[in-house]
Design a protein. Sequence first.
Length: 231
Amino acid sequence: MDSRTQPSLEPPGLPPGAASDVVEETVRLEGRTVRLLRPRDGDAVLDELLAEDDPDEDRLPFWAELWPSGTALANAIASRSLVGRRVLDLGCGLGLVGVTAAMAGARVLAVDRSPEAIRFTAVNASRNGVRLQTAVAAFEEPESLLVEGRWDLVLAADVLYEQRNVPVLVWLLPRLVAADGEVWLADPGRSMLDRFLAAVDATGWRRERVAADPDTVAIHRLRPAVPDRGR
């Protein structure tokens, strides 16, 4: 994996203010190259939010940075064929994972709680010549996701950053994945990971560690329990 940045002109569709001052980051993955726009200064985006009369903590600009877990997960799927598969990118941020899945042939829905992240994802998909669907959705308010049916592959990068996410995701993921589908979850060693994996084990799901990179990001493959055919 390789990542390089260069200045970029503001394209249409981006949020106003500090978020519209962007640079282009070139991410070289396993057999693919993805070009992403991101805010030049994430701190400026945060300062702008905090200056509002009643800032919404759900809009904190975690999305404004390209995190190692997202890069590792994108790299893990970049060389795979996902042609025709329905893929859900949970917490899409700037869109790297969802764009990579779309480049691999998947039909992608990319979701994030941040409307700003969704706008960046849509712009970044267009810049890379792929189409995907986007929606604003939070883990704890997943109704719009559940009505979409079950997915062949759910991708999630660095989603265990808060304790409250553990029980929510343990409940939600089985309701999003098809019986023969799987979840690929990338994590950089968050303190909540062990608790999450223990809860997954308690549900009977199968799991394996499929990849890790030098930055200690681990990718866990989770699959629904095999039905007991004898019952």
